[in-house]
Design a protein around this ligand. Structure first.
Ligand code: PLP
Length: 426
């Protein structure tokens, strides 16, 4: 059935998938088709069960089909799906984001993380009157033209350094520096600091595997941008409500000017958001002249799911326990790999984790790239055969949910011990 679906998909969808990293090309195989998800598990169309560490690439922090989200969706569904006029749900979601994200005073809801970053860049350019932007290698900020430069996993595993179809004009204003390298950032600002509208950063990289900021790095970005009149934008589409209730900005105590969100705030439905300082956000239409709009923005189903999920997170603050589970999984997989003779290192920040098949935790994408991706591909396939679904790329973070407990961790680590020895044999 799965093979049949795959050939049908290949015939009518480019590469068979609606987002490149789903293709499993990064691990040299082909995807399975999902029939349903519940809690920590996915079932494919053949009835095989997987412990899911992808969780729709981040959004499902309460696992699949959690009761609070399903009930909120059902209640909204009966009242209609979209109105194109304001609803209470979008006000509630905006209030919740403003309450929980330390630096956000006003927020605009959009439909994806990509929309959020494109819009935040537009605001930054309008506010500073500058066109330039600095990003970091291995950070992914969605597929907007200006961001498709050294953009991490989805682009990296396919070996596309840039994308055709992005004009020199669109990408030409984008500068790139290695993550955790303040000297490189200083050097760029020294040369052209008066042209840079904003520095965009994933405060914890989740799109080249998991790479943590070194002590002082994020503060250094705050200081340099202040000094040069540029804005600091935290892209917390992945880290928001994942590494702490208040995102990476709460965890590391840094106040960016603008923040982009997505994933968790939509509870598995398509959502994004950008927000920050009131004086900046008041530039957005119709309050101000910076145009940005969306037919389905603030969609009632999406805000119902997002509100239900965030309400649960706020009440239960599960982040300490999530980090313990994430750590057990990451350290356990890395140690299974090392026992089999494959150099490996694991790390967790909140509910995000990463395992690199290399010696020592990488500080940048440049270092992460030296991982043994062949061994990871063999390991990934062997884990899948044993019922564990890890992200199909050596350069993606993993995620745990509140539905992942001791039983899932034990099952995963038993599978990892076997899969590591398979991977080590080559
Ligand atoms: C996923 C992601 C995006 C893009 O969000 P989409 O909803 O896929 O458009 C942007 N930035 C970061 C950090 C992400 O992880």
């Amino acid at each position: 059935m799965s093979a049949d679906l795959w050939s049908r998909a290949l015939a009518v969808i480019p590469g068979g998938v609606n987002s490149p990293v789903r293709s499993f090309r990064g691990v040299g195989s082909t995807p399975f088709f999902v029939a349903r998800g519940e809690g920590a598990y996915l079932w494919d169309t053949e009835g095989r069960r997987y412990v899911d560490y992808v969780l729709s690439w981040g959004p499902l922090i309460l696992g699949h089909a959690p009761r609070v989200v399903v009930e909120a969706l059902a209640a909204q569904l009966a009242r209609g799906t979209s109105y194109g006029t304001p609803t209470e749900g979008e006000v509630e979601l905006a209030e919740r984001i403003v309450r929980l994200m330390p630096s956000i005073e006003m927020v605009r809801l959009v439909n994806s993380g990509t929309e959020a970053t494109i819009s935040a860049l537009r605001v930054a350019r309008a506010a500073t009157g500058r066109a330039g932007m600095l990003k970091f290698t291995g950070c992914y900020h969605g597929h907007g033209d200006a961001f498709l430069v050294s953009a991490g996993s989805g682009v990296a595993t396919l070996g596309l350094p840039d994308s055709p179809g992005v004009s020199k004009g669109a990408a030409g204003d984008t500068g790139v520096a290695p993550f955790n390298d303040l000297d490189a950032v200083e050097a760029v600002f020294k040369r052209q600091g008066d042209q840079i509208a904003a520095v965009f950063v994933e405060p914890v990289i989740g799109n080249s595997g998991l790479i943590e900021p070194m002590p002082g790095f994020l503060q250094g970005l705050r200081d340099i941008t202040h000094r040069h009149g540029a804005l600091l934008v935290f892209d917390e589409v992945m880290t928001g409500f994942r590494v702490a209730l208040g995102g990476a900005q709460a965890r590391f105590g840094i106040t960016p000017d603008l923040t982009t969100l997505g994933k968790v705030i939509g509870g598995g439905l398509p959502v994004g958001a950008y927000g920050g300082r009131r004086d900046l956000m008041e530039r957005v239409a119709p309050a101000g002249p910076v145009y940005q709009a969306g037919t389905l923005s603030g969609n009632p189903l999406a805000t119902a799911a997002g509100n239900a999920q965030l309400e649960w997170l706020e009440k239960n603050d599960p982040y300490m326990r999530l980090e313990q589970v994430a750590k057990k999984v990451a350290d356990g997989i890395a140690s299974a790999a090392r026992d089999a003779g494959i150099p490996a290192v694991g790390a967790a920040v909140g509910s995000m984790f990463g395992v690199f098949f290399r010696e020592g935790a990488p500080r940048s994408y440049e270092e992460a790239k030296t991982s043994d991706t062949k061994a990871f591909g063999r390991f990934h396939r062997a884990m899948l055969e044993r019922g564990v679904f890890l992200a199909p790329s050596a350069f993606e973070a993993g995620f745990v949910s509140t539905a992942h407990g001791d039983a899932e961790v034990s099952f995963t680590l038993a599978a990892a011990a076997e899969a590591a020895s398979v991977a080590a044999r080559g």
